[in-house]
Design a protein around this ligand. Sequence first.
Ligand SMILES: Cc1ncc(COP(=O)(O)O)c(C=O)c1O
Length: 386
Amino acid sequence: MPVRTFNEREIELLHEVLASGRLSSLAGGTFVPRFEAAFAQAVGARHAVAMNAAMSVLHAAVAAAGAGAGDEVICDPVCVFGAVATMYNNAVPVFVDIDPVTMNMNPDLIEAKITERTKALIVTHVWGLPAEMDRIVAVAHQHGLVVIEDCAHALFATYKGKQVGTWGDIGSFSFQMSKQMALGDGGMGVTDNEGLAKALDLHGGAPTFLSVAHGLHWNYRMTEQTAAIGLVQLERARGYVQELIEIGRLYDAAVRDCAWLTVQRAPYEAQHTYHFWAAVFWGDKQGIPLDDFQRVLREEECSVSIGYTGMPAYKHPLIHHRLGYGRGCPLDCPLYAGNQNHYPDGLCPVAEEVIPRVVLAYTFSPQEHHQRNAEALHRAVTRLSG
Ligand SMILES: Cc1ncc(COP(=O)(O)O)c(C=O)c1O
């Protein structure tokens, strides 16, 4: 373990969905509202709105925050998803650099990026390690920003004892197949704020004659079938996450004495839930070239990946080549009067240096694999540390 279990429990509920003939909550199906209620309770939020993917939740969350053409949204630069959701809404992503050890948004650097155009802040709990949420929320709320937590990597992770997704104004979770809780696809937005819940719900529902009176929105509804599987998986997900934490510890132990790999960890109270175990390679600064590390990893049959995308989000072709809706939008939208829509080299120097050095072990595979893989990693670092 961990191995995802799908068995007769899911089949029973799927049978119930089919037998009812109501394959959608729009047709009176009850599984989506039941899954929403169970998920809200599991993460400690008042409201949850199910959707078909986390990208849909992020799209809807930025809209619910009131960010659109002419506005700015603060994002972190490791993963591109927050910036993409910002651009879906025709707003401009503004990047705040990360801390080199936590790999999360550095709260000290946020204030300098806030302008009168900033409407929201999207913070990712990168690889499953919570960001420093009390400090991030404090600075964002001081400036009236809506805080959106991207928890796609961090189901059940906690910061100072409270679950991620409940620190900010909206939390977004992914049920895509690589994530801690996988339902094929799916996403969930959580919030304690009734107004934001209603705004998210417009997109989790469907554009109807009545609902379009509230403005333009999308049909991101989750199916009853997905929600039925979700109800069962939610019961098992805490067990999966516990095993991922144990797997993370195997890798921590494997590199404990290595002076040139810095394990991703928090200097504050946080429970990481390890979508990936991560460390940063600094061997080249100590006479160990990256090529040698990669060769020795291969020789020891250790399967970790190095470098993630190799670039911060703002060097991604979508942003670098100023793509989007065409006609200049969103990055060169004529309604945008600010100057944070250019992304020169050196914009986030820590992210630029750290991302190509990130060593990642994807945790969701059998524990025996990780036992062997962590031993192989240990042999590799021991050989090179001489
Ligand atoms: C950090 C992060 N946010 C958002 C997403 C989007 O999730 P989904 O595939 O459910 O739309 C992903 C997916 O990989 C992700 O890793």
